[in-house]
Ligand binder design. Structure first.
Ligand SMILES: Cc1ncc(COP(=O)(O)O)c(C=O)c1O
Length: 399
């Protein structure tokens, strides 16, 4: 998160807090980082963006300019957003649990990838011509995902997977590839390697059964932001690439990164509004709410004062919002205190699953500023009272 230190003070001082800074260069850098590793390891690996992490048009435009291979979507709404940003259906990976047949066929007809997630969905497609589909499954290996667990509704278990393979054989549906997504916030890749080994064993088995080779293995998303990865990440990436190349030299790897591409590209500048203490705890109340920074699993917001100082473990406080909910905690045990009322702070790692999951209550949506080469190139204004009222069904004319 070095970039925030280099943002001109006038950009920060001109705005009323809270506001959101989106560094489009960082988004591009994150993509270049993974593309660099792919090139170094000479592996056929296509990087898709899991659009659910952030829908901002400038973000999508930057990823397109930087050469992202395509977009992973989970609904027709998301597919339409990707299309509007200039991605055609042959650049779409369509995952999901409940999709209309017509939507699936449209993506398939134009060469996009559809990963099937239930036997019922596969059955609903029987009779269509020249079907070529992926199957989303739960890989067999010792252990399980840290995000999608074995008992989850997502992906096909061993039994439904077998049913799907038999159906595909019987109905002459081509199995184009396999996909799984079971991790979130991975900073190192040893678990991923084990699950990939499980996938490769399964691919060997079903290729024998089907009598042809699969085109792709889609390993989902789940990597943390580049600035948060462990030191040996590149080494582990190399190991995974070698493993796949050695076992399946012709298979294409697909990943669907969300958090990895956008999380550390966004910082929220907020101010300290109150300090509260009792015998047990100290809270620093800031002016961005958890209606925007929704407290969901995997969120790892880190708060830093803008005036540089060293951490002090004797001064620990919880950084919280002013919403009357016990869940309004932004970071526990922050050690950069003592904070002062009015002081500006930076909430880092705010780019993934925030603007898309935010709720229209208690506080207005903050202003957003998109940055390129340290300059503001686009803005989205703070929501006004009327924006909020309109969302909640008040009949108010646009002004
Ligand atoms: C199927 C699928 N692929 C990719 C992702 C992106 O995950 P992440 O943001 O952890 O990379 C998700 C997120 O939930 C997902 O459900």
């Amino acid at each position: 998160m070095e970039w925030i230190k280099n943002i001109k003070l006038e950009i920060i001082n001109q705005q009323e807090t809270p506001f959101v800074l989106i560094n489009l260069d960082q988004v591009k850098e994150n993509l270049s980082f993974i593309k660099g590793l792919i090139k170094e390891n000479n592996v056929d690996w296509k990087v898709y963006y899991a659009i659910k992490a952030s829908y901002f048009y400038p973000v999508l435009k930057s990823l397109k300019e930087a050469g992202i291979n395509g977009i992973e979507v989970i609904s027709n709404l998301e597919k339409n957003i990707a299309n509007k940003a200039g991605f055609s259906n042959n650049q779409i990976v369509y995952n999901g649990l409940f999709r209309k047949k017509q939507e699936i066929l449209e993506v398939l007809k134009e060469g996009g990838i559809v990963n099937i997630d239930s036997v019922q969905e596969l059955e609903s497609l029987i009779g269509e011509q020249d079907l070529s589909l992926g199957l989303r499954f739960y890989p067999e290996f010792e252990g399980q995902g840290n995000f999608v667990k074995k008992e989850s509704k997502l992906g096909l278990d061993k039994f439904s997977f077998e049913k799907c393979i038999n159906l595909c054989k019987k109905e002459k549906i081509r199995v184009r590839g396999l996909s799984f997504h079971i991790y979130s916030n991975l900073t190192e890749l040893s678990d991923l390697k084990k699950s990939i080994e499980g996938c490769l064993n399964l691919i060997d088995k079903i290729e024998k059964e089907l009598g042809y080779s699969l085109e792709y293995l889609d390993i989902g998303g789940g990597f943390d932001a580049p600035s948060l990865l462990s030191e040996n990440f590149s080494e582990q990436f190399k190991e995974i690439s070698s493993l796949i190349k050695q076992r399946k030299p012709k298979i294409k790897v697909i990943s669907e990164f969300g958090r990895f591409l956008v999380n550390d590209a966004v910082v929220i500048i907020s101010s300290v509004k109150g300090i509260k203490e009792n015998a047990l705890k100290k809270w620093v109340v800031i002016d961005i709410g958890t209606n925007y920074l929704i407290p969901a699993p995997g969120k790892n917001f880190k708060v830093f004062p803008l005036i540089k100082r060293k951490p002090d473990n004797k001064q620990k406080s919880h950084i919280v919002d002013a919403i009357c909910s016990p869940a309004g905690i932004i970071q526990e045990d922050n050690s950069f205190g003592p904070y002062k009322i009015g002081e500006k702070i930076a909430v880092c790692n705010s780019g993934a699953y925030t603007s898309v999951m935010k709720e229209q209550f208690i506080f207005e949506d903050p202003k957003h500023l998109f940055l390129k080469e340290g300059m503001v190139v686009e803005t989205i204004d703070k929501f006004k009272l009327n924006d909020v009222l309109r969302y909640h069904g008040w009949k108010i004319k646009c002004n």
